[in-house]
Design a protein around this ligand. Structure first.
Ligand code: ADP
Ligand code: ZN
Ligand code: ZN
Length: 718
């Protein structure tokens, strides 16, 4: 008999001891009873004895054998995450797994499915040439679909027909999958810069972190693809991390088309539970050679991992904002070093953290400074000074005229505004009443399409009042602009124009976005009005004008990263203009056309911008020159929230560890859904100092009642 020390999904920083009657091993899934509920846990250690008294120790109910144990490497990675992010080991381990592995429901057997012949192939009609070729292959031995695809790209459809007609049936394959032919389709001849980047990554052996800094359209993807090709030829698996956008299916299609015979799976939150499990298992068995996914895929099992790529490494969606608040990019770098493999972080606008690491020589910098297609030029960038322009509902006449010119030339325009709804607030001209949310410290947004005031923080909504709730007069009017208002203004100005609004409201329906993309590509749209959803990764060949509204908001923001993000976003959105043979133009409406941000943007000069920001950050003592942790608390009772944080602050100061302890302050949204929110920032000169401090801080021991607390290491939002 032995003792299994088990990770369970409970918010306590410890493992739980259970007695195991059958042999168990590290990484195995087990079913146990905890607080009178059956739960799935993961065995983290097997030991001979427990400190728990014999009569209190329960038995493992069942060892689940329907899935391979988690690997040592993955368990070590998760342990690292639990330590680094100071998050309990149990929830860390369990949250990294597909949901289906966290519940007690038998798994379908993870067999490698193939097909075998059940009828004499010579009876097949002669005109079925492709089907015949497939059957001839199956005469030799049962095969999996990817292997058959090598014979014929249409094998999938053929197999369905053959199965229906009773020629073949599904069967389990016993032999290990043969390594696929790693054919790269439609390969471009690399430009010298691209070639150099590829060579640099492949030359270094073992772990190395490479920052691929390439302007939009410089062909970073082509660099990835060539790297992947080499790694696939050597029999390695590849992890490709992409931002959380509704583009994953398109990207999956794209990379599959470049490697037609290579099994590729995706992992993202849009998959059904079963699909996610299946894909996860295919990565685990090594059948899938490429895993493409959003941040959660950084925890996929990859027995032959040989390369990690993080595309758009600066993107905010790599940071998880609840539970285990990990940065998938940072975890990926750790994982690469743990596995001794290269990692490539790609971006046109690297995060200052990565850029600084490259400057300091910790990462190797690879640059792509030219567009890959010689005929394609970078867009022309300019500002429109809103203080010197005739404005209609927040849009300048100049921009309106430029849009009109595009319509008459049959080209597309994109108006980018990072606010959905009609107007961010409804206000009374008589008494100054504003549409405050009753439950939050924010304003209710006016949505004219469905005649509602809606809070984007807590989701509460109400009808639009007919008269001012403050003074009873009829002086209510919208202030500021959102996507809906811009759409209706443009429609009024250009009644015949075909306008498409793309934001979270208009794409709620699952297939809406896909349909919209098709409309845009078919040139059935003249003007696009949209939020950041439109900024990323799309290629719209007829788009020649990008207009940017509301950019100045970021310049006023209290978050020191707001300007960094704005620059990245504007670079990205401007990358949408003029990607084909038509030159593009970007016009930004601003009250500060001389701001360094816009000056650098005009010259496509990321380096000047980054070095300015970095010297500001160095002087002000902000990341990446310091390392931060944020303790947040929220609850219904204001006193409790502040008392808790003050206590934590006292403890921090008493430790005297040379870390900087800031004051307790309200969160940027000080109240949400009737919960008061506040925070406490800790800052240290080195990661090590911060980690040592956090280990000794012991905030778990401060009574917190019903407060919701979280500790955020390397926080991204303030
Ligand atoms: P990025 O991701 O850096 O913005 P892409 O990878 O999308 O750039 O490449 C931009 C365009 O250039 C794509 O249409 C791509 O097919 C093309 N391209 C990339 N590399 C080459 C090359 N070496 N020769 C010709 N065209 C290329
Ligand atoms: Zn009023
Ligand atoms: Zn609210």
């Amino acid at each position: 008999m032995s003792i299994a020390r088990i990770a369970l999904d409970v918010p306590i920083s410890t493992l739980f001891d259970y007695e195991a009657e059958e042999p168990v091993s590290r990484g195995q899934r087990v079913l146990v009873e905890f607080r009178r509920r059956k739960q799935i846990g993961i065995v983290m250690e097997v030991v001979a004895q427990s400190d728990v008294p014999q009569d209190r120790i329960k038995k493992v109910i069942r060892v689940l054998e329907d899935c391979e144990p988690l690997s040592e490497k993955l368990l070590d990675l998760l342990q690292f995450c639990s330590d680094y992010y100071h998050y309990p080991i149990g929830p860390t381990v369990l949250s990294a797994l597909p949901t289906r592995l966290r519940v007690d429901k038998p798994l379908a057997k993870n067999m490698r499915q193939g097909f075998r012949l059940i009828r004499d192939p010579s009876q097949l009609p002669a005109r079925k040439t492709v089907a015949r070729r497939i059957l001839e292959e199956l005469v030799k031995k049962p095969c999996a679909l990817p292997e058959l695809r090598r014979l014929a790209p249409t094998a999938g459809a053929q197999m369905r027909w053959l199965e229906m007609e009773g020629w073949i049936e599904r069967s389990e394959l016993k032999d290990a999958p043969s390594l696929p032919a790693a054919r790269l389709a439609n390969a471009h001849r690399l430009t010298p810069e691209q070639q150099q980047a590829v060579d640099q990554v492949l030359q270094s052996s073992g772990f190395g972190c490479h920052l691929l800094h390439g302007i939009t359209g410089s062909g970073k993807t082509e660099v990835y693809v060539h790297l992947m090709h080499r790694i696939l030829q050597q029999g390695g698996q590849i992890l490709l991390l992409v931002p959380e956008i509704n583009l994953t299916p398109q990207l999956e299609g794209y990379f599959q088309s470049r490697f037609p015979e290579v099994p590729l799976v995706s992992l993202h939150s849009g998959l059904s539970e079963n699909a996610r499990l299946q894909n996860w298992q295919q990565a685990q068995t090594g059948e899938a050679r490429i895993v493409l996914g959003t941040r959660l895929s950084v925890f996929a099992e990859l027995p032959s991992l040989a390369l990690i790529i993080v595309d758009e490494e600066h993107d905010g969606s790599f940071k998880q904002q609840d539970g285990l608040r990990y940065s998938a990019r940072d975890v990926a770098v750790f994982r690469a070093s743990q596995s001794g493999v290269p990692i490539v972080l790609g971006s046109a606008t690297p995060s200052l953290e990565s850029y600084h690491n490259a400057e300091a020589g910790r990462y190797k910098l690879l640059r792509l400074t030219r567009r890959a297609k010689s005929e394609s030029r970078l867009p022309k960038m300019g500002c429109i000074n809103v203080n010197q322009s005739v404005m209609t509902e927040g849009v300048s006449e100049r921009l309106l005229a430029e849009i009109g010119a595009r319509i008459s030339r049959g080209e597309q325009s994109l108006i980018f505004i990072n606010r959905r709804g009609y107007a961010p607030v409804l206000m009374c001209a008589e008494c100054g009443w504003m549409s405050d949310c009753r439950h939050c410290a924010g304003k209710m947004v006016l949505h004219l399409k469905d005649r509602k005031l809606r809070c984007h923080h807590c989701g509460s909504q109400q009808g639009i009042p007919a008269a001012c709730p403050g003074c009873g007069k009829a002086g209510l009017h919208p202030v500021g602009s959102g996507t809906q208002r811009v759409e209706s203004l443009l429609q009024a100005r250009y009644p015949d124009a075909r306008i498409l609004r793309v934001d979270r409201d208009s794409t709620r329906n699952k297939h809406a976005w896909q349909q919209m993309r098709e409309q845009i590509h078919a040139n059935e749209v003249d003007i696009l009005v949209g939020t950041q959803m439109l900024a990323k990764g799309h290629d719209f060949p007829s788009l020649t004008l990008v207009g940017v509204l509301g950019a100045d908001n970021a310049l006023y923001s209290a978050d020191f990263r707001a300007a960094e993000r704005l620059f990245a976003q504007l670079m990205q959105v401007s990358g949408r203009a003029g990607r084909a043979d038509k030159p593009g133009e970007v016009l930004i409406q601003t009250a500060f056309p001389d701001h360094p941000l816009f000056r650098c943007l005009k010259h496509h000069d990321f380096d000047s911008w980054a070095s300015q920001l970095l010297s500001e950050r160095r002087m002000a003592g902000f990341p990446p020159f310091v390392f931060q942790a944020m303790l947040r608390a929220e609850g219904r009772n204001e006193n409790e929230v502040y008392a808790y944080l003050e206590k934590a602050r006292d403890q921090a100061i008493a430790l005297q560890r040379g870390v900087e302890v800031f004051g307790v302050v309200p969160a940027s949204l000080a109240r949400r859904a009737n919960h008061v929110r506040a925070q406490l920032l800790i800052q240290a000169k080195s990661r090590k100092l911060l980690q040592q401090f956090l280990r000794d801080w012991r905030i778990d021991e401060i009574p917190a009642g019903k407060l919701h607390r979280s500790l955020d290491i390397d926080p991204m939002e303030f």
